[in-house]
Design a protein around this ligand. Sequence first.
Ligand SMILES: *Cc1c(COP(=O)(O)O)cnc(C)c1O
Length: 402
Amino acid sequence: MKEMQKETSKQTHYGQFGGQYIPETLASELTRVAQAYDKYKADPEFLVEFHDLLDNYANRPSLLYYADKMTQDLGGAKIYLKREDLNHTGAHKINNVIGQALIAKRMGKTCLIAETGAGQHGVATATIAALFGMECEIFMGKEDTERQKLNVYRMQLLGAKVHAVTSGSMVLKDAVNATMQEWASRIDDTFYILGSAVGPYPFPEMVHDFQSVISKESKQQILETEGKLPDAVVACVGGGSNAIGSFADYIDDKEVKLIGCEAAGKGVDTDQTAATIERGSVGIFHGMKSLFLQNDDGQIDQVYSISAGLDYPGVGPEHAQLAELKRAQYVGITDDEAVNAFEYIAKTEGIIAAIESCHALAYVMKLAPTMRKDQIIICTVSGRGDKDVASIAKYRGVDIDE
Ligand SMILES: *Cc1c(COP(=O)(O)O)cnc(C)c1O
């Protein structure tokens, strides 16, 4: 696969990372997407429609909630939670889906396709397809369809067709491959809504821009309530979309620490991990150059995390660059630490947060006590945890009837 070098979009590379490593069949379509995005990203009419849907359909702006009890209990920095769990469909994913679906509509597409792991991105895509009256097909590893039956049915209720992908290890990375293949075979009427800050350009740029609403809001909110910027912003990292959205508006504010929390699974030093930045190496996969968990021959490793949303063997190219430049710091959080945080945040703040988000909260539990009381942490709660209740019960050996 050779790299296509068409400079239609500004943000094609992030240092040595990013780019567009794709089969010829998709090259001209990706150029059209990049051109369309370049045209609309600064178009006032497009932006009005995007923000109108964010506000009036997805329930933005999301709260910046002061977690008083958690702050008192941990006895250090003031903790604010950016509540993406309160968005329609229960996570940050809807921000990006609305943006990309609007581009698709303007390009005259009638069908939306998407990959999904746990089902969150598939549900968000099926939701917007229903709202826009578009056809929708979702590709999901067969393993995942069996683990996430409720989300499969949810997508079907929303009118989507769900395909169980049986290639490879039948998980998220195989679903991405299958969606790319499907797209190549029907580019005329179809748009691929990629669910994270990964893939060939212009996807990482689009996802960055659409998710950056998180940090634009949080900055305004913290300046209103505290009159100053936070000392640290913390978010979990799978492919990196909620984290890049949480970081975006602070990247130039060098005094704000940016911390991404990866899933260490059973431990960063075990082979049951998904800590891509800590353990990975440079490679090319899913259309981009980035960091991946892979063997010496460049074969992508099987990854593991209790959290299906963080169970991805790569990371978005902008995070790979932020790590290389040391502008952001990336830390591994184990299953155990995340489950402890899941229970802690439920009991202290009355919030059942997604197990993905609990990787960020677990780090806040370590970080806050090391900071002064006049310092501020903003932690993104990327999604709600209803979907995780049964698996947390199982992790604790509690038998509940589903
Ligand atoms: C999908 C998902 C994630 C991981 O994806 P990113 O692109 O890294 O944000 C994190 N949290 C929730 C709730 C998710 O649904």
